[in-house]
Write a protein that binds this ligand. Sequence first.
Ligand SMILES: Cc1cc2nc3c(=O)[nH]c(=O)nc-3n(C[C@H](O)[C@H](O)[C@H](O)COP(=O)(O)OP(=O)(O)OC[C@H]3O[C@@H](n4cnc5c(N)ncnc54)[C@H](O)[C@@H]3O)c2cc1C
Length: 430
Amino acid sequence: MSQKFTRREFNKLVVAGAAGSTLGIFGGVRPALASEKHVVVIGGGFGGASAAKYIKKLSPSIAVTLVEPATTFYTCPFSNWVLGGLKEMKDIGHTYDTLKNTWGVEIVHDEAVDVDAAAKTVKLKTGNELTYDRLIVSPGIDFKFDTIEGYSEEVANTAMPHAYKAGPQTELLAKQLQDMKDGDNVIICPPGNPFRCPPGPYERTSLIANYLKKNKPNSKVIVLDSKEKFSKQGLFTKGWERLYGDIIEWRPASKGGKVVSVDAATMTVNTDAGPVKGGVINVIPPQQAGKIAFAAGLTNETGWCPINPITFESTIHPGIHVIGDSCIAGAMPKSGFAASSQGKVTAAGIVRLMHGDVPAPPSLVNTCYSLVGPGYGISVAAVYKLTSDGIVKIKGAGGLTPMDADDDQLSEEATYARGWYNNIAQDIWG
Ligand SMILES: Cc1cc2nc3c(=O)[nH]c(=O)nc-3n(C[C@H](O)[C@H](O)[C@H](O)COP(=O)(O)OP(=O)(O)OC[C@H]3O[C@@H](n4cnc5c(N)ncnc54)[C@H](O)[C@@H]3O)c2cc1C
């Protein structure tokens, strides 16, 4: 029997049921294991923290150790809202207290520096070593700084922040926007595909434009894009025309958008069509899997990690599961919701394996909201299944905000965006 939902009904269901539906799929807590098993999770972001919690929820007798350097995790979702002055850093920070105290996850604030897949050990920066029965790796992304001449980690930390990992980088870019002279321009340089959060640079463009409109009315946002098109382009462009007029100028790669090099000393971005100067320059470099995925030998020639899509187990090293932005997950985008969905599926798979069961083919979900203005939201949602082509979108499930959505609907989407954030953050970090 199949049940059809409209896109709006579907979005409501996802927002309302993000946590509960997963439990329904998993079917409750399992009995204790004969001998204690140990899962180590590297990375306490969207993928890793979800996996850690859901393993404990499904099978409390499995010992779970989460390795994460930060004591407070700042989410990239809503970090654009911080840049636009709509949220503060404290609104996007989450600790590991609930994972530890309510779910019994052991939290180790350290950095994993190496993995020995044969010996099943993880080496930590402090010199300590952890042994595991199964390992989950969810380190997010790393930047390929050297692909843009003149750009480097040092330039990112001083003059031209990427703000594509939330935290000090978000604060630096927010401060630069506040300090910028009215009349100077903000330049945003999004990377080519694939990269984390495909709509992220364009939500950022929108919310910075909103900030400029109110606070620096003589300034503009110029987007120098390495691509010809981008996620939710029609919806963003319509919103930009309605809300911001000529405050936003988007240049595709073929029309002067392709970044060749940058010069931090003169605050210039050089494109193949000539130099562009900015008061604030946000360079989002090309990306690859997190560093530890390379150290562990989990990446292939693409710079990302191939996995078995049923359990997210590495096809290179058995016993290690890679989830979130670092893995190659077919049609799924690199998003927080996707990473969390993969974390839950991986938790269910590992629990089944440890209890001697066969993991079931998963159903995976992604929902992504973007704010074009404070009361103007848009979204994309999709459900995924496994076929012989890997993880593919199920046709007709989910969809995009309609192009002809009226003001009430766009305002509702902005409300759902807040609900989405509260739900997923509560589900993962409590
Ligand atoms: C501006 C912006 C806006 C976004 N908005 C949305 C949105 O609205 N919705 C959405 O779904 N997604 C959004 N995303 C995408 C989302 O943030 C990522 O897809 C998501 O964080 C990926 O989860 P992850 O677990 O792979 O990595 P992360 O969440 O980044 O977690 C990785 C963690 O691993 C830790 N780590 C890394 N290396 C090690 C190591 N060696 N040892 C120990 N720990 C390590 C890091 O400290 C980090 O805490 C946005 C991204 C950006 C940049």
